[in-house]
Design a protein around this ligand. Structure first.
Ligand SMILES: NC(=O)c1ccc[n+]([C@@H]2O[C@H](COP(=O)([O-])OP(=O)(O)OC[C@H]3O[C@@H](n4cnc5c(N)ncnc54)[C@H](OP(=O)(O)O)[C@@H]3O)[C@@H](O)[C@H]2O)c1
Length: 318
């Protein structure tokens, strides 16, 4: 089968398409003929090896030869002890532990997969698992009338998070680069901030909930941006900021009547299916930026890593 592989961290040029052996599922695993794999910032981080947390499990070189975790496709082989799926089932899920979605076939534990709803295409379904879990958990504290700010709102998780916070009745501000302002408006934000021109932590008003997809500021800046009783949660960003939030965040929050911390996103079908249900019901829209072929994975990753994607980028291996 064809797979996009790499052996060292670097730019998209380190990727190449190779013919590799068709893998066989171990006990508890299925083999999926991959129809679509959506890209996440985590794929870019594992490609470049930056921030440093992307090297966990792969200090000297990549932990996986083939990236791509959000897969959707058809089960074509099952391992021993698999009880939930049979050959021919249409499935999707976040295969973060094994990756391998930038290939014609991928192995996945059955526990990470769920049946694809008939109302979603493979490309649409592939956009949901990782970004959906982040968006659902990151907006859980949004309530009617609250002021919510999403930093990095023009990306994959952000476009779902905007819609979920709006559904809950919040007033939503989206922060991203200048080229994504119109996109954020089209998804439904009430206000936009161009991070190249304005520092949201220095502008009034204070927010009740901040979901930060790309943290890179000090704990004091986040405290400043929060209303009393407000909550700040980051899911990604540079290591320095994440460590500061982990260490000084809880203390600073406690003494100032705010909650500042890192959101460790729980993975698995139970954590993204509610969003898929909303998408099938037409209550949340899926924004697919572009669909690329397997040999275009370097270009697809560059589009995400260089911040040009509006919504989710998808690769269709077969
Ligand atoms: N905590 C967990 O358990 C967990 C699990 C999975 C993933 N994650 C993390 O969650 C995050 C999810 O990202 P995603 O897939 O939604 O990424 P994405 O689609 O790339 O979106 C991130 C957005 O942030 C923008 N951005 C970059 N720098 C910014 C800045 N300084 N201020 C404001 N916006 C900025 C990017 O645009 P430009 O680059 O063009 O500016 C992009 O639009 C990643 O950091 C990933 O590592 C965390």
């Amino acid at each position: 089968m064809k797979a996009v592989v790499y052996d060292r961290y670097g730019s998209p040029e380190v990727l190449r398409v190779e013919d590799v052996a068709l893998p066989s599922p171990a006990a508890g695993q299925v083999r999926v003929k991959v129809a679509a794999t959506s890209l996440n910032l985590s794929d870019w981080e594992c490609l470049t090896g930056r921030p440093a947390y992307a090297r966990i499990g792969g200090l000297r070189g990549p932990a996986h030869r083939t990236l791509g975790s959000d897969i959707a496709g058809v089960v074509d082989e099952i391992g021993d002890d698999v009880t939930g799926f049979g050959i021919g089932d249409e499935v999707y899920g976040d295969n973060l532990a094994l990756m391998g979605g930038f290939a014609e076939y991928a192995l996945a534990p059955e526990s990470v997969l769920i049946r694809k709803p008939a109302g979603l295409t493979f490309a649409e379904a592939s956009t949901i698992p990782q970004a959906g879990a982040i968006a659902l958990q990151g907006t859980r504290k949004a309530v009617a009338g609250s002021r919510v700010l999403i930093n990095g709102a023009g990306g994959g998780s952000g476009s779902f998070a905007i819609q979920l916070a709006k559904r809950l009745g919040a007033h939503v501000t989206g922060v991203d680069n200048a080229a994504k302002q119109d996109f954020m408006r089209s998804v439904g934000v009430d206000e936009v901030v161009d991070y190249g021109r304005e520092d949201f932590t220095r502008a009034a008003p204070a927010y009740d909930l901040i979901l930060d997809l790309v943290a890179h500021r000090s704990v004091f800046a986040y405290r400043r941006a929060l209303a009393r009783g407000g909550t700040y949660r980051c899911v990604g960003g540079n290591v320095r900021s994440l460590l500061r939030v982990l260490t000084a965040g809880s203390v600073t929050g406690l003494v100032t009547g705010r909650s500042i911390g890192v959101l460790v996103v729980r993975e698995g079908p139970a954590h993204f299916k509610p969003l898929a249900d909303l998408c099938v019901a037409g209550e949340v829209d899926i924004h697919v930026d572009r669909v690329f072929a397997l040999d275009e994975v370097p270009a697809a990753l560059a589009r995400v890593g260089e911040g040009r994607a509006l919504g989710k980028v998808v690769v269709a291996p077969s």
